[in-house]
Design a protein around this ligand. Structure first.
Ligand SMILES: Nc1ncnc2c1ncn2[C@@H]1O[C@H](COP(=O)(O)OP(=O)(O)OP(=O)(O)O)[C@@H](O)[C@H]1O
Ligand SMILES: [Mg+2]
Length: 390
């Protein structure tokens, strides 16, 4: 702190104080103004308000007393430190002054020329801290404004990205469907037999176009969901029937890896849900369990009623997930430590889509996993879900 610049106003009708305090304070580098009553002090303060950083004032003075002076000054500056001078029998007046916004008081006794410094330093320190705080708050408000602005820009850019993603994925879908369909006809030797070499290459084209089509479909889903356009087709139906159908399909894929899928659930009451979307969510759970489990492992599918909700769980004996991996599972494009065990496709989009589907059903997702001990993925949806909250 540069004390040379700090100007203090000393107000007292006692000439000893207005003589001695300035002498002492000047010796510490402060510059001092004096006044012998409140009115004179106020005049000086108003004309030099820029410079005066602290006021030391007596309470009982002619014309305008210390309390009135303080009230007037406070109207102009709520923070400037004001130290009250008081004699022993005026303590209650000092207390009243403190209640009215004085920052401290100093007794006019034999020690005043020492004690005044402590009060002045403390008052100034508080004052500068307060000013710094006010400045910080203003900076923070400004930064918040800027953040809000860049946030809005990001939201706009994200919308643009989703739109672009949607258009690109949509336009790629038709030609890809043709390539896949035509290569399938060729693989099946619909137009005549193939040489082994032709068959090998056409199979590669067929598999690649199939993978690309699935990726494009996922991207289209992301663009639709992120764009806030996921429209559920909610109908009353049997979740268990849907699960049984999907498990049959999963079993075909699992068998190729010697993986056995066990199901254990009772016939549950019909519920309101979007059967295709929930099937998509389940397929991702089951697909992941198959994809990341070692050959010959087991997968357990359960479904049960919990109050007015139904929980579907898929447990596997795969590699499990670290806590770090678990925290990233449901964001887009997260391919984590576990890798497919048989060269399967892995884009890292599936669980992000599942999350949106389940949330649209006002449901919740849970993962319980221990590194090296498999994972349990489950979702819980209300039986009477009406789709996303508007
Ligand atoms: N059951 C599981 N066991 C171990 N790791 C898993 C399991 N399920 C998901 N993961 C990890 O989480 C990542 C994200 O899963 P997610 O389903 O989103 O993507 P993906 O299966 O890699 O690709 P996609 O589903 O888009 O085809 C996976 O890449 C894998 O590392
Ligand atoms: Mg997946």
């Amino acid at each position: 702190m540069n004390q040379n610049k700090v100007r203090i106003l000393v107000v007292d009708d006692d000439p000893f104080i207005t003589k001695m305090l300035p002498l002492k304070l000047s010796s510490r580098g402060y510059s001092v103004e004096t006044a012998s009553d409140g009115a004179e002090a106020l005049k000086k303060y108003v004309s030099g308000a820029e410079n005066i950083k602290l006021i030391i004032s007596d309470m009982n003075m002619p014309v305008m007393n210390g309390l009135d002076l303080m009230k007037e000054v406070r109207k102009l500056d709520a923070d400037i430190p004001i130290i009250i001078l008081t004699v022993n029998n005026e303590i209650s007046v000092a207390v009243e002054a403190m209640n009215c916004g004085a920052n401290g008081y100093v007794l006019k006794d034999g020690n005043i020329l020492t004690t005044i410094f402590t009060s002045v330093e403390k008052g100034l320190e508080e004052y500068y801290l307060k000013k710094k705080n006010t400045q910080l708050m203003a900076d923070l408000a400004q930064k918040n404004k800027e953040l809000e602005k860049s946030n809005q820009e990001l939201v706009k850019l994200n919308q643009l990205k989703n739109k672009f993603l949607g258009i690109a994925a949509h336009d790629l879908r038709n030609p890809l469907t043709s390539i896949r369909g035509l290569s399938e006809l060729l693989v099946n030797e619909t137009f005549g037999s193939l040489t082994p070499e032709q068959e090998e290459y056409i199979r590669i084209i067929h598999t690649a176009s199939n993978d690309m089509l699935m990726l494009v479909n996922d991207l289209l889903d992301v663009s639709v969901i992120e764009g806030g356009n996921l429209e559920l087709k909610i109908k009353k139906g049997s979740l268990t029937k849907m699960l049984e159908d999907r498990i049959k399909l999963s079993k075909v894929i699992a068998e190729k890896k010697g993986i056995v899928i066990h199901k254990d659930f009772p016939e549950l009451p019909d519920i309101m849900f979007d059967s295709n979307r929930i099937a998509q969510a389940f397929d991702n759970f089951a697909g992941n369990a198959i994809k990341f489990s070692p050959l010959g492992a087991n997968i357990y599918v359960t479904a049960k009623q919990e109050g007015d909700k139904i929980r579907v769980s898929v447990r596997d004996e795969g590699p499990g997930l670290s806590l770090e991996d678990q925290s990233r599972l449901f964001s887009e494009f997260q391919r984590l430590s576990p890798q497919p065990t048989d060269g399967e496709r892995s884009t890292g989009l599936g669980l992000a889509i599942v999350k949106k589907i389940i949330e649209a059903h006002q449901g919740t997702l849970e993962v319980h996993s221990l590194l090296g001990s498999g994972s349990v993925f489950s979702f819980k949806i209300p039986m009477e879900t009406r789709g996303p909250k508007k």
